[in-house]
Design a binder for this molecule. Sequence first.
Ligand code: NDP
Length: 447
Amino acid sequence: MPGFDFDFFVIGAGSGGVRASRVAAAHRARVAIAEDRDVGGTCVIRGCIPKKLFVYAAHFAEDFDDAAGYGWTVGHRRFDWAALVAAKDREIARLNGVYKQLLARSGVELFEARAAVVDPHTVSVGGRQVSARHILVATGSRPWRPQIPGAELGITSDEAFHLPRLPRRVVIEGGGYIAVEFAGIFHGLGAEVVVVYRGEPLLRGFDMDVRRHLGEELARKGIELRFKCEIARIERGAGGRLVARLVSGAALDCDAVMFATGRKPSTAGLGLERLGVALDASGGVIVDEHSHTSVASIHAVGDVTGRPQLTPVAIKDGAKLAATLFANKPSAVDHETIATAVFSQPPVATVGLTEEEARARRLDVQVHRSTFAPLKHTLSGRAERTLMKLVVDAASGRVVGAHMVGADAPEIIQGVAIAVKLGATKAQFDATVGIHPTAAEEFVTMA
Ligand code: NDP
């Protein structure tokens, strides 16, 4: 493709941008990518990966307790926040290096600078203007916080990964993925946690049984849940502490207020509106099923679009776009029936329709539900219970939804998701011989 400096210029080296650039390069496109922060994006640098490392760290608290029921005497335990943050930072720095190497080995030129779109085929980056046949916007999203007095005194997940010390008491606003994941992290590491959520129960959009079950489990662990409640303002308290004043008038003393109130697409300053790239009300780039925008040479994948803000979605969309543009293989990702997990403690995982969605679609809904004490906790004595649920369309016999709250739910549902995606029936689930003794076998033995 002569006449342009590059065939493909990608703005943003997160999950979607990196995958798209590498697939494009594998198809012999001349590719550049711009990134003004570490390479790897939200997931690798300040999202999924450090979060999961923190979840592992937090879970040891329960593991030590549970070991006693198995005859172990665990000695004096002490948690060192600074050591965890440093270990996590070393791993993230390593991954940043790995991502840079992957780009270099693929022949993708990295511009370590902020980029903006000048015209449909020109990008300004690091004081230069470069031309490209296609431009990909993969700039991701950023945490958003409500505009309340004192909001600047609070933190978001970005800062939570770098706090100088573990807060003794944290107030988290929100009831979604990040709120419940960080509630489990801070609680497990020894902080007192209050979750303030404007709705009830947690995790709007998930199956109602899952939402209720998770709330019960979190409350049993000692996480304080305040529903139908919002923070009205944050004030400085005595001795460097904070006061979160709720709309109800209640005042919560704490060391940190964390906003987990959603993420907004990062499109500010990119110059997209000026070029006529259509954006939605929250600033997200509107794309068709092939990730094309309203301007023919400009495309978008990942959190910057209105699609589910999930790394595997960005990766798949990035790969498909590159194949569409550079391998002459127009293809699109099927965004139906995407499995997802919340790394709360216990974790939640789900694929397909909730019972409520299935009923709204007027399916002939049959529900199979099971709650039980996991075998491990017969000796540990922990009161935690697991929930598993299948939603079946009785007319076709197909399992249209599978939901779980309990240990290893994300690992288990990933396997179940293949069956659900393939349209397996309940009879086919039942014909599958279980693996004993596991929790997962419950999915093939539910009456
Ligand atoms: P979510 O959209 O999951 O949750 C946002 C929460 O904030 C909701 O409970 C919402 O309430 C509440 N909220 C929104 N606006 C306000 C407001 N003005 N005042 C008070 N509360 C408000 O966003 P997160 O920030 O938790 O995460 C962002 C996205 O990142 C997720 O949706 C997910 O796609 C992705 N993510 C995925 C993870 C994973 O795969 N494990 C982990 C972390 C993030 P309401 O329910 O009433 O709208």
